[in-house]
Design a protein around this ligand. Structure first.
Ligand code: AP5
Length: 223
């Protein structure tokens, strides 16, 4: 019997995946693996992968599957022995297939794919109001403002806007999501792994709902 949690966070840009991931990491002490954060780190460090990825990210396109799959598999190998929380991966059917094969090869299984969903108008408003520090702590100018103007409550670093959070790029990211990532909803539903959450609710309500569902899943696993 295994009580490890192998979780995927799925949903459109700005639905609140990163926000919920921060809370779930605290709840379950899971290694958090976010492809967007990893790619931004490569861009910041000027690695070869970062240079290749930047042009796709700036346009709001997906970085090619082969680059992302190689990057993520290394990290799952390194950090994912006792479960994981994936955010932003998989984002296409080939990525989902590659993940499934890797998990099977290691004799493990996915616990659930958590879909945090919200309509385009809602996520556009959220993303344009998002501010972050260089340590990845996330705020919203209206819905989750920092205590002191433009400084992170947790580490004091200045808050800035992400390069790809301009409205035109966000619209492209949304179109890319609908075309290439949304098919994963049926993909995981067909496999009995999808759990849906209403991302338009408050951060606390979404969190409570996810926690309740994960508690039930763990209980079912023990029965
Ligand atoms: P990535 O970094 O993964 O971005 P994303 O999926 O577009 O998601 P976001 O980080 O924008 O949104 P989120 O859902 O985490 O929202 P958040 O919690 O911050 O990817 C960026 C790029 O990298 C991609 O475009 C692509 O180019 C590339 N890439 C990444 N992975 C890839 C892959 N696997 N394959 C290929 N390319 C890849 O919340 C948003 C805001 O709303 C915040 O301000 C927050 O405070 C606020 N908020 C959150 N929840 C609520 C709530 N319930 N009520 C009110 N406000 C809320």
């Amino acid at each position: 019997m295994s009580s490890e949690l192998n979780l995927i966070l799925l949903g459109p840009p700005g639905a609140g995946k990163g926000t919920q991931a921060a809370r779930l990491q605290d709840d379950f002490n899971l290694p958090y693996i976010a492809t967007g954060d990893m790619l931004r780190e490569h861009v910041k460090n000027g690695t070869e992968l970062g240079t290749q990825a930047k042009e796709y990210m700036d346009r709001g396109d997906l970085v090619p599957d082969d680059l992302v799959i190689e990057m993520i598999m290394e990290v799952i190998e390194e950090k994912g022995d006792d479960g994981f929380l994936l955010d932003g991966f998989p984002r296409s059917v080939p990525q989902a297939d590659a993940l499934g094969e890797e998990i099977e090869r290691r004799g493990r299984r996915l616990t659930a794919t958590l879909l945090v969903d919200a309509p385009d108008a809602c996520v556009l408003e959220r993303i344009t109001g998002r501010r972050m520090c260089s340590n990845g702590h996330v705020y919203h100018v209206e819905y989750d403002p920092p205590k002191h103007d433009n400084a992170c409550d947790q580490c004091g670093k200045p808050l800035t806007q992400r390069d790809d959070d301009k409205p035109e790029t966000v619209k492209k990211r949304l179109a890319t999501y609908h075309e290439q990532t949304e098919p994963l909803i049926d993909y995981y539903d067909d496999r009995g792994l999808l759990r849906r959450f209403d991302g338009t609710r408050s951060q606390g309500e979404v969190h409570d709902h996810i926690r309740a569902v994960l508690a039930t899943l763990r209980l079912e696993e023990r029965l």
